[in-house]
Design a binder for this molecule. Structure first.
Ligand code: NAG
Length: 237
């Protein structure tokens, strides 16, 4: 008697539970679907940014390479980190000067009817550290989405005499050695041909530390790295 009552209330509870789930679920799925759709569009725009920029560099005979969080995304799964809205690359200063002279504000028509604007920041040649805006030296801008590739130039440092002759830096103070950059390695990113620095592993280690390199997504609230699929999953809230 007691047992059957217990079973009945357990069944009721289970039923109750079953009622709660379908009511809560549709709403959450919708939010997640919208977020996924938004991310898909963003991803699409980002991978077209990579494709169009790579093609243009090749045409203009400019070397450029992935850096910072874009290099980290490449390290994980050869894709942009899903929470990123900007791609980060570097070029050598003479190449940026060439772009500034010849292609500032040029609109490039690229595949799938997309237009990209190359903007060169007038501060790009100001190495006095008086520009504290943190703005990139140049940007490759998707004119539809507004998303961009941030381009930073590196140049040899004119420091003290005993300074390592391989030492280079960005206008914002980021330091790198030419031996870490060249010879550039050819690889793929978002499915398109790109270049990365020669000592990418060392650069990633210096910038992010081993914990981040070997444990993708540590510190990210929204995504979980799926080791089997080698992709990022949106965590359900
Ligand atoms: C590029 O063009 C824009 C718009 O005319 C201008 O504001 C900017 O100073 C130019 N950049 C350089 C490096 O001349």
């Amino acid at each position: 008697m007691l047992l059957s009552r217990l079973l009945a209330s357990a069944a009721l509870l289970a039923l109750g539970g079953a009622w709660v789930v379908p009511q809560g679920e549709p709403k959450e799925t919708t939010i997640l679907d919208e977020r996924e759709e938004e991310l898909r569009k963003q991803r699409d725009a980002l991978s077209e940014l990579v494709a169009s920029y790579s093609k243009t560099c090749k045409e203009l005979k400019i070397d450029s390479w992935l850096m910072h969080s874009s290099l980290l995304g490449w390290w994980y799964n050869k894709q942009v980190l899903p929470w990123e809205k900007t791609i980060h690359v570097q070029v050598f200063e003479p190449d940026l000067a060439f772009l500034a002279r010849n292609y500032n504000m040029t609109v490039f028509h690229r595949r799938r009817g997309r237009d990209y604007l190359l903007y060169v920041n007038p501060e790009y040649a100001n190495w006095e550290r008086t520009d504290t805006s943190g703005a990139a030296d140049a940007r490759w801008i998707d004119m539809e989405s507004g998303m961009s590739i941030d381009i930073m130039a590196v140049r040899y440092r004119r420091g003290s005499e005993d300074e390592d002759e391989t030492a280079m830096s960005c206008r914002n103070g980021y330091e790198i050695k030419d031996t870490q950059i060249i010879p550039l390695r050819k690889t793929w990113f978002e499915g398109f041909a790109v270049q990365i620095p020669y000592r990418y592993r060392e650069l990633l280690h210096e910038e992010f530390g081993d914990e981040t390199l070997w444990h993708p997504g540590t510190g990210n609230d929204e995504y979980r790295f799926n080791d089997q699929m080698m992709s990022w999953d949106l965590k359900s809230k």
